[in-house]
Ligand binder design. Sequence first.
Ligand code: AHM
Ligand code: MG
Length: 335
Amino acid sequence: MAKSISLTRYLVEQQRVDGLIPSQLRLLLEVVARACKSISHAVNKGALGGVLGTANSENVQGEIQKKLDIIANEVLIEANEWGGHLAAMASEEMDGIYLVPNRYPQGEYLLLFDPLDGSSNIDVNVSIGTIFSVLKKPDGDRGVEEGDFLQPGHQQVAAGYCVYGPQTTLVLTVGDGVAMFTLDREQGSFVLTEENVRIPEDTKEFAINMSNMRHWDEPVKRYIDECLQGKEGPRGKDFNMRWIASMVADVHRILTRGGVFMYPWDKREPNKPGKLRLMYEANPMGWLVEQAGGAATNGKQRILDIQPTQLHERVSVILGSKNEVDRVTSYHSTL
Ligand code: AHM
Ligand code: MG
């Protein structure tokens, strides 16, 4: 039987053999994985652990927080603040950045996360996850400021997510393709289960919240309308639809068997560029998808080239199988 490769061994080899990741980054990724393991245990306990339901508070974006949103945020901060690998953190659930306290050594990395993505699925026992992105702190001796986080996605040095579903799976890129690790609960460790993940360029499956159809812009309406016409329409094939309402779970399916995922700008709140967050959701997912041979745009521009102007900035997202993303994107320039 082939030897199983733990996340620790995989990262050590990336560091030693391939020289791809410095030791501080390896430590950082191990700590994030450990935090995800702990969040996975809390998710699994559900009602037995008293972790379901709302926390009766709102985040900076005016969204009601669930107890698990807050628990997951705390787990990630507590796990990461003392190891010496980080300078600061930012989270979808916190107003401003979180500086590593002075009593701990300061590292050179910045960690951003959506601690619990798919919050509306927590209480109904549907897959949810943690999304993370790692940036390098700009050089210099001064303290970290919020502006230091505002780097375009192509400057990420690591990105990934952990999906808490029937299995707990950690998916990671450090810029050398995408690898998947499944949590072995008996061993207590993540084990490599898929390497060099590739997204097929073509697909017959789309993911979008169809209940918002009347609010969409023309290019998105046109694309979905053509898919819905199936074999008899301009695409000449029948399409299937999936919408889990957890980006982690939808992206995980796309990395596994292809597809296109969209959360476009819509007319409900015309001043907001989209629902999803650039720094905690679109950038890490966009990079993972590109590393697996897919594409990610906001309809007009590659997600990873967007220059952020705010920490909690929102963005329109189209990602997945390359030929479909290119098609939707081209509709934006022709209409
Ligand atoms: P969250 O981070 O507060 O959970 O919100 C993001 C989620 C995504 O995971 C998902 O794709 C989307 O919101 C679902 O939105 P909707 O309920 O409008 O379909
Ligand atoms: Mg989210």
